[in-house]
Design a protein around this ligand. Sequence first.
Ligand code: AHE
Ligand code: ZN
Length: 370
Amino acid sequence: MKVRAALAEAPGRPLSITEIDLDPPRQGEVLVRLHATGVCHTDQYTLSGVDPSGLFPTVLGHEGGGEVVELGPGVQSLSVGDHVIPLYIPECGRCKHCLSSETNLCLAIRETQGKGLMPDGTTRIHHGPGHTPVHHYMGTSTFAEYTVVPEIALARIRKDAPLDKVCLIGCGVTTGVGAVLYTAKVRRGATTAVFGCGGVGLNVVQGCVLAGAERIIALDRSEMRLSLARSLGATDTILVGGDDPVQAVLDLTSGYGVDYSFEATGNVKVMRQALESCHMGGGQCTLIGVAGRGEELSVVPRFLITGRHLTGSAFGGAKSRRQVPELVDWYMEGKLKIDSLCTAFLPLQRINEAFTLMERQEGIRTVITF
Ligand code: AHE
Ligand code: ZN
């Protein structure tokens, strides 16, 4: 079928709004009509050309919400009409990682997904008179009116949830909230510090509220973001500028450091600051941000031998098919706030403006509606 999509033809170039050819779903696959998709920094990271695993041409997008319109052979867990969120970390429920309580990094289709292909090693997307194969992106490719996704990479959600808001649970919300609840497992009454208050960091703040943290120290370069962080429950804010942010966190915690710190900027210098802001003898730093190509984290070993823990979190450590619907419920119950994170809505035709807003660091998330 012919589908309107934002095609990333080559790195560093604006997306082209064009028609692509989308093949029907094959064994274990599902055709989804997108209602909305967020535009995440990782889409920009890949489009810029610095993502070592970036493949072109491709249809980017991994924060979608939509509706099942056709089932491929063998699909049993979904029906036509179901509302779904595509998952860049699927949950087959059977592999070693799905069976482990320690990780969400499902192994079932990891290899083909990394190559921009469906599990059978082929692509459903083609373009142009030459029928050029187009890569899938993160297994989701949500910058299109329709996408084909493996069944194990779709979370079924309740139908009364607004897809132009809960689509953010497809990345930013779960990545932030989950890092607190599922990866770090923050204790009630804990002190926490959140480095970076963008689309992920603000959700770390919300996660800390849900965990019952007593202190939530939010750090960012922008007063606008800090004010949003306060509205979501940050108890203290630090405007990062000239002064040493580590010292600022220590000053707020009687020189001791926090129980849990989170890094949500992707800057390796900030990762080190997040580690140094937690206390010796059990403080835990969780890295979330995606670092640039070839970047390495440098750490003074003394910070580790004195008992700080350094870990990381992908998609918040969430068991995606089971926990994404729960997060949707929390939003509907008013426990999770998403509306204030959606700072612009645009039609697909204007998706390049979403990238411009991100470059200018204006707003938090732009949502594309179809
Ligand atoms: N392709 C990049 C790495 C990208 C990356 O780390 N992705 C995150 C999700 S970013 C969402 O906005 C992730 O969860 N990855 C999990 C995984 O299995 O890689 C690169 O540097 O190669
Ligand atoms: Zn993302």
